[in-house]
Design a protein around this ligand. Structure first.
Ligand code: ATP
Ligand code: MG
Length: 238
């Protein structure tokens, strides 16, 4: 979708961050300072910055894993601060991929992918079928019944990507998704993101300190010391 088309749509952005700050330790640490940004449907955004610049803090806010100290975040126009059940919101609307996968070690690949679907109306049969399809789509059809400990690290991350898609999220949030991977496995995961974006129009936000990873995105937001220092779509960018 061209930028003009995106700008012309009247739908609210998937995520709108309105002047948020996050302090830790009773104000001793100002991890985010007056950060504002908008993520539109179908965008592929990278958020890039050095270690300690506030990237994970920002992702935790975008993903409703933590609340800002001030400011507001809107998901499809609705303020997150008004949501009573954040766990349910996260599991139904957001997909997460982290550097360290967080697969449950005692469950097989196909069971791990079903976890987010347990609180939905899907039947057991539908869950299994969908988990199988998702694992096929990430090239893991041959390892459905493997335990995570018997998968390569790159395979583990592909299972985690399949799991993140279980409930058809509106947006995929990834924090250093290739941080624990060798370069080949890292490229495989990035190719998977490209495919999700291109073929399904998935909205992606990838946090990284790697310029190589950030280059895959259409828009790179740079963050330094808790502030956005560069955003091609910032302020008047739309
Ligand atoms: N729970 C916390 N309590 C206190 N300070 C914190 C907490 N979490 C993060 N910080 C501090 O906030 C700042 C931003 O941390 P954050 O984890 O967001 O950085 P980051 O950009 O993700 O870094 P990295 O690339 O190393 O993952 C850092 O200075 C960090 O020490
Ligand atoms: Mg981090």
């Amino acid at each position: 979708m061209s930028n003009t088309m995106v700008a012309a749509t009247s739908a609210p952005p998937v995520l709108k961050v309105d002047c948020i700050s996050r302090v830790y330790d009773d104000g001793a640490v100002n991890a985010l300072k007056d950060v504002s940004l908008e993520i539109r449907r179908g965008e592929y955004v990278a958020i890039m910055g050095p270690s300690g610049s506030g990237k994970s803090t920002l992702l935790n806010m975008l993903g409703a894993l933590d609340r800002p100290s001030s400011g507001e975040i809107y998901f499809e126009g609705e303020p997150l601060s008004k949501l009573a059940d954040l766990d349910r919101f996260r599991s139904q609307k957001l997909g997460f991929v982290f550097q360290s996968f967080y697969l449950l070690p005692t469950l097989t690949a196909i069971e791990n992918v079903q976890i987010p679907m347990f609180e939905t109306a899907r039947s057991a049969r539908e869950r299994v079928e969908r988990a199988r399809e998702l694992l096929e789509s990430v090239g893991m059809a041959h390892r459905l019944n493997h335990m995570p400990g018997k998968l390569s690290v790159g395979e583990r991350q592909r299972v985690a990507v399949a799991r993140s898609l279980a409930n058809d999220p509106a947006i995929l949030l990834a924090d250093e998704p290739t941080g624990n991977l060798d370069s080949k496995s890292g490229s495989d995961v990035l190719a998977l993101f490209d495919k999700l974006h291109r073929e399904r129009g998935m909205t992606l936000v990838v946090i990284t300190h790697s310029a190589e990873v950030a280059r895959r995105a259409e828009r790179i937001i740079a963050i330094r010391d808790g502030r956005i220092v560069d955003d091609p779509r910032g302020a008047s960018g739309w």
